[in-house]
Design a protein around this ligand. Structure first.
Ligand code: 5GP
Ligand code: ZN
Length: 116
């Protein structure tokens, strides 16, 4: 198994986990880009947003609700936060197991990429 997030799901690798249920896991990013940087992932291996279909509608909503609930629990909702899904090479995706980034703890710019 060469997927780092599948290894976290199975417990073969550890992560700083904040949430786990039958369908999803949330943990701190190993290389945080903001003071709070979490990843919310499906337990099932889905390579990217480009791979999803109608069958994943409920799962995708579930991941988003988990992010919102964690933001509330960590008192991030008052100042705000950002949820990001990177997809593919131009999207900056480096781990090919679907994940939702939850970024918070400082103001973030827009657009979220350097102008060239
Ligand atoms: P992407 O660039 O694919 O949208 O984001 C992948 C994220 O996963 C990166 O922010 C990276 O720091 C994080 N990451 C990669 N490998 C690991 C790991 O083994 N453990 C944790 N906690 N985060 C990881
Ligand atoms: Zn995986």
């Amino acid at each position: 198994m060469d997927c780092p997030f599948c290894r976290i799901v199975t417990g073969d690798d550890t992560a700083d986990e904040l949430y786990r249920d039958e369908y999803a896991v949330a943990f701190r990013d190993i290389n945080p880009q903001t003071p709070v940087h979490l990843l919310v992932i499906p337990r099932r291996h889905i390579a990217s947003l480009a791979e999803v279909s109608d069958g994943e509608v409920h799962l995708l909503g579930h991941l988003q609700v988990i992010a919102a609930q964690l933001a509330e629990q960590l008192d991030l909702a008052r100042d705000g936060y950002r949820c990001v899904i990177n997809c593919g090479r131009h999207g900056g995706q480096t781990v090919h197991h679907f994940h939702l980034h939850l970024l918070a703890g400082r103001a973030m710019g827009w657009p979220p990429f350097p102008r060239s």
